[in-house]
Ligand binder design. Sequence first.
Ligand SMILES: Nc1ncnc2c1ncn2[C@@H]1O[C@H](COP(=O)(O)OP(=O)(O)OP(=O)(O)O)[C@@H](O)[C@H]1O
Ligand SMILES: [Mg+2]
Length: 489
Amino acid sequence: MTKFEELNISPATLKSLKRMGFEEATPIQAETIPLGLGNKDLIGQAQTGTGKTTAFGVPMIDKIDYSKDIIQGIVIAPTRELAIQVSEELYKIGYGKRARVLSIYGGQDINRQIRALKRPPHIIVGTPGRLLDHINRNTLKLDHVQTVILDEADEMLNMGFIEDIEAILAKTPENHQTLLFSATMPAPIQRIAERFMKDPQIVRVKTKEVTVSSIEQYYIEIHEKGKFDVLTRLLDIQSPELAIIFGRTKRRVDELSEALNLRGYNAEGIHGDLSQAKRLSVLRKFKEGSIDVLVATDVAARGLDISGVTHVYNFDIPQDPESYVHRIGRTGRAGKNGVAITFITPREKSYLHVVEKTTRKKMERMEPPTLDEALEGQQKAAMEKILQTIEGNNLQYYKQSADELLEGHDASTVVAAVLKMLTKEPDTTPVKLTEEKPLPVKRDRKFDDRKRGGYDNRKRTPMKSRQGHSHGGKRPNNSQYKSKSNSYK
Ligand SMILES: Nc1ncnc2c1ncn2[C@@H]1O[C@H](COP(=O)(O)OP(=O)(O)OP(=O)(O)O)[C@@H](O)[C@H]1O
Ligand SMILES: [Mg+2]
């Protein structure tokens, strides 16, 4: 382990890191901070949740001349939520230096941003579209930028942002330094390196696997029709502190979160068609724990750092293996443990192998839990509640009634009744989910460089209007799932 003191970091920034509670540098930080403090271009690859933000943030903060109110650093990130998160982290790292950091992203009032830009911050963090918008309006000047960071560069490439990035970088001085970071480096990233970087040094934190070992990875082979019941059973058995469920499309996310609510789970969805205010409020509620299941498209797959996420469920297997790495990387961060479970329909089995080849790790097969197991899981949760209440030791008020109950019945019967009342029985309320077509059978070939279609603020064909769900009624065998032709991204 390396101490931050050994890495040539300024005293003010060392103080900030201490204030953030960081004691030692992670491997990617130890390797890239000293290099970043020089002027060389740098490509940094390290597993999810291992501190890449601080790895690029520290050199960026330390190289700024704080006597000047001009923009000297810029971070480009693929999604708005990530831009906000990175700007918050940079603010903390720059606390000792009094760095001024501003995030600029689509969906936020542009006039407010223009006013904020009147006194230029030292660092701008933004999404490509909105940054370019400001450049075209002449409200953002980048002619003194020394450091450019491309966070999740491979994703920005997937989303078709390469021209936007090119146009942004054309406005920065010729001699700026470019740092590029991601947990995955698919082959096409080379294009970015060639186009935007000068003889970059590549730093890869060497690990046997691409995913972190603190995440237990499972797959469940299951037909499309059976997915939802199995998902709710898993939630009942595993009782995640916070869980993220990834679905393939926006419609899927809407339908899933509605269906989960129908069955009594505290879930909300996040995807690119929601207003920015809604996206932020959903994420805030999830962070605070007032919702405990977040249903998301890949818009939430990259970079987001939410502590307490113990489980990630891939309701639909992602189309490309990199997306898998990032999705499951929302758990098991900063040394914590996590569980990732991926549903695979029989026809999508080939994707399992493609993913495993990329991650260099086998997923363990898990059998779909039965209804009885779900009930058992809920019973355990109820027992847990009782034990916690006993520990709370504030039962005086209830003792007399307890004694009364015990006069008429034996203790085991009374406790069993309490357990029955506290146990949330697996809910089988019928829900309606439009079936997702299986992905096309995949031959084992290199990374598929199709544009995935933007989920940030790009133009998209609007999703078909949502179908209502059926309330009540008896559930005939599996017919709650109505098949319908589907438009996926
Ligand atoms: N040196 C450190 N000691 C302890 N915690 C740290 C350290 N550096 C970063 N962290 C914490 O680790 C978590 C993950 O960091 P970060 O979001 O930068 O990871 P990342 O490598 O960018 O992951 P991803 O690939 O998902 O974007 C954050 O909560 C961060 O505050
Ligand atoms: Mg990151």
